[in-house]
Design a protein around this ligand. Sequence first.
Ligand code: HPA
Length: 243
Amino acid sequence: RIGVILGSGLGSFVQNIEVESTLPYEQIPHFFAPTVEGHHGRLILGTVSGVPVAALQGRIHYYEGHSMATVVYPTRALAMLGIETLIITNSAGGLDPGMQPGDFMIIDDHINLMGDNPLKGPNISQFGPRFPDMTEAYDRKLNEKMAAVLEKNEVRTWRGVYCGVSGPTYETPAEVRYLQMVGGKAVGMSTVPEAIAANHLGLRVCALSCITNKAAGISSGKLSHNEVTETAKAVEQKFSSFL
Ligand code: HPA
């Protein structure tokens, strides 16, 4: 019923699943194992409070050199398994100067700056239309629900626009100023392809970012993948229990 994509260092949600089966990506045709440290690669099928859940623990990214079609293959596989709702999680850099590492952000909308689109090429009409509407790419009702639960649990939460970039470089400070100017609140290297493919498939989508760091140039230090994974690890339990 529900699909979940667990981002870097946010995989411990699987402890809350009554697991029925676990499949390493290597054993699933056309799935690829993530090459990045901090990313597992397995599909977990089970239930949470009796609700059937299919969780992707770890994802592959566009910057790893895969085509967009390969990046969204697991999302489409979840849809073929029958999910109605997709919950996407990720780690992201905070573009709002008020954001602190460990804050959460509910994604209200996105800007695709990856320079590519998973629906490019012949349309797969069994999946959806040629020109999918993206007016409410992230389900408003689910977002309100998320906001209410996060508030009840007193989690520092933001809402806003996620800018999807290709990476693998982190942004320059000039790029961060640009993203702030165009209305972005968080920046990351995932989620946009999956959200596009899921909308094409007619799924209800919601997404939650863990703000792992201030975006480049906002604080004086340099960015590192270590900082990103360490922050994600520090809030992993909170993130998982919320989910
Ligand atoms: N930029 C892009 N992607 C990210 C960041 C960032 O600052 N932090 C985590 N993923």
